[in-house]
Design a protein around this ligand. Structure first.
Ligand code: NPG
Length: 369
């Protein structure tokens, strides 16, 4: 590819349609860093999924900004970088996977645009639409939850995932299951339980859930393996899987029967594909998670979710589930619960310039010395 001339970082804020509550806390607006790489002949965009607070992961916006500006971008500037080289050129920085992933996404976008190829075809997608699910935050009341679930089902979503936390779990799930006996239903604990809560988690077995996602701490595999032995419901790991090596270890230990892949959490789209390949080889279904991405990151998720091993609906919801006015043209759900995978070069979408300006609160450009 042509040399990387500069890397632009943009901090933006987009209001959320409704507050999103998980076992970590409540988010009312989406704060996001966009990364734009410019080469002599073109450009590419990436979206960094690091959150405002170091709660879901130790990564967070302010740290991501510094590590991209002072360490990662300078490692790429002035070089002809192939997408697969982003990981090796930045491997001297420990961790910071979400930041590395955002830069890799931008390089991939620019590189694919030069070749007039779509991200989905480059990754090896075998379909042009993907089945979509939706993640429902913790509500104040069961009535509110039932109302939201009914609304999403009416829109066509093919799988409902309920956020749970200790004390707001079994009865909530029972209420939703009774109202909708046949839907694909799952729960996500975001690491809020411990092995001592095994009885509560076992109580979920009677609801025929597709999976219970990340019940135990993020840095544990052994206890998940222990728990899985006594649960009928498949455990899906999210936070615990940060690399292809983690995925192989988790599968080997029997710590999960399903894996949620998020490109940011695992350091990029190429590592995501490696996890997909390992899981597929082991007969473990994967699906594409979401981190309240705006249109840029959503496009990348849709491309990934179109790979053959992604056999369960992902958290690849429509733009309007989160944003009244997304940064790109909005992604829309078909009434059959599927969404089209972008087919244009690279990510197939770009931030709309006026919307980007409106939402931007800070810009810094890291240029070649
Ligand atoms: O649809 O983008 C989405 C959100 C899906 O529930 C969702 N994401 O724990 O998986 C999660 C959760 C999350 C959101 C995690 C934001 C981290 C940040």
């Amino acid at each position: 590819m042509s040399r990387i001339e500069n890397v632009e970082l943009r901090l933006a804020r987009l209001p959320l349609v409704r507050p999103f509550r998980t076992s970590f806390g409540i988010e009312t607006e989406k704060e996001v860093i966009y990364v734009r790489v410019d080469t002599g002949s073109g450009h590419g965009w990436g979206e960094c999924v690091a959150g405002s607070l170091p709660d879901y992961s130790e990564e967070f916006i302010q740290a991501a900004w510094i590590v991209m500006r002072d360490h990662l971008a300078p490692s790429l500037l002035g070089k002809d970088v192939e997408p697969q080289e982003v990981a090796s050129l930045t491997s001297w920085v420990r961790g910071h996977r979400m930041s590395k992933a955002a830069l890799e996404m931008a390089v991939l976008d620019a590189w694919l645009r030069e070749r007039n190829a779509s991200l989905a075809s480059y990754l090896g997608a075998d379909r042009d639409r993907v089945a979509c699910g939706v993640s429902v935050g913790i509500t104040d009341t069961t009535e509110e939850l039932l109302e939201q679930v009914a609304g999403y089902l009416a829109e066509g979503y093919r799988r409902i995932k309920l956020k749970i936390e200790p004390g707001i779990d079994v009865e909530r799930v029972r209420a939703v299951r009774e109202a909708h006996p046949d839907i694909a239903l799952s729960v996500d604990a975001n690491a809020a339980y411990s092995l001592e809560d095994a009885a509560t988690l076992r109580a979920l077995d009677e609801f025929g859930l597709l999976m219970v996602e990340q019940p135990l701490p993020h840095d544990d595999l052994v206890q998940h393996a222990e728990l899985q032995k006594s649960l009928a419901t498949p455990i899906c790991l999210d936070e615990s899987i940060r690399s292809a090596a983690d995925a192989a270890a988790a599968i080997g230990l029997g710590a999960c029967r399903i894996i949620n892949i998020k490109e940011g959490r695992v350091g990029g789209l190429l590592e995501s594909r490696r996890i997909h390949d390992i899981a597929k080889g082991a007969g473990i279904p994967v699906w594409c998670g979401g981190m309240l991405e705006t249109g840029v990151g959503r496009a990348a998720n849709l491309a990934l979710a179109a790979l053959p091993g992604f056999t369960l609906p992902g958290d690849t919801s429509a733009s309007r589930r989160y944003f009244a006015d997304d940064i790109t043209e909005p992604f829309e759900l078909d009434p059959d619960g599927t969404m089209a995978v972008p087919t244009g070069p690279g990510l197939g979408v770009e931030p709309r310039p006026e919307r980007l300006e409106e939402c931007t609160v800070l810009v810094e450009v890291v240029a070649r010395a």
